[in-house]
Design a protein. Sequence first.
Length: 95
Amino acid sequence: MSSLLRERYPLKFSQALHQLRIKSGKSRYRMARYSGVDESYILRLEKGQKVHPSRDVVIKLGLSLVHGDSNLDIWEIDALLLAADHAPLDRRISL
């Protein structure tokens, strides 16, 4: 990951997940229902007991955070992806 991106998203995955979950106002239970990811796994990720989730899991969690009436923007999923050492979402511009 480039140093510029790391400066913008310096958090560990557990910190990024927790902060975005709080910002979204969602419980781990709701995240689990929306994402299909086990609630106990989400808790272990937030506590740092599990590290390096797959890109698919990170995207599922990110989408569960922006689902419905959320305080988050879809692009804030990048913070989770980058904290988990995955590439950010592709931002294609139509010409």
